[in-house]
Write a new protein. Sequence first.
Length: 243
Amino acid sequence: MQHKVKAARIDNFLKLILSLLVVILVVYYGYLLVTSLPLNFSRADVMALIRQHRLSGAGLLIVMLCIASCIPGVPVALLGVLAGVCLGKVSGALVNLTGMVAGNCLALYIMAHYGEHHRGHPKGRYQQKLAAWLKQWRYPELGLVLGYMVPLVPTSLVDWVLQESSLSQRSRLRVMIFGLLPTAIFYAVGGDAVLRGDGVTLGLTIGVFLVMLALAYLGVRLLSTYRQKVRFDHNEEHNSRLK
């Protein structure tokens, strides 16, 4: 019992330190941008200034995304949009994907090598149902991809289910890439549209993302209904044989 309490305290302390590090890096990066602005600046000046240090900015954002992605509760969306603002659509999406995949790989490594299997463990009935839903798929990779793709499912929970699965390292990496790619693109395109003041692109991006979520939710509901029907028919057939 004391060992668990001590491990939980260490885990919370590490989360606090890493969260503070992310905040410091964001504030520092923002300070550099603000202090570099001329007195009379236009939108074009801001865009040129923000995107003139692409390489260093990309490296810093990857580190921040990696740290944020392995800490439950840290707003990764803010950093993802910031990547789109600073790097544009394509580069921002690549940075988002790299940072988020690296962060989730780090979370799996911590679970596997430091005995922190409690990280991401389902808490409450809602998360327990989500974990059961992720585990019941006939093709586990498909369910886990949807888990990473749907924002309503905590990423730490998907990491825990993935760690508990029997998938190979290559399959786990593939699941992360395909699952996190839509979100990485969405954040980058949205951030780029915000900087350019392109309301149409921003609206379309949000609309497409919402449609994807609706389709994923509909697919999950239909699959659950179908499985319940198959299970009911199987039970009916079994009962009829007993009679």
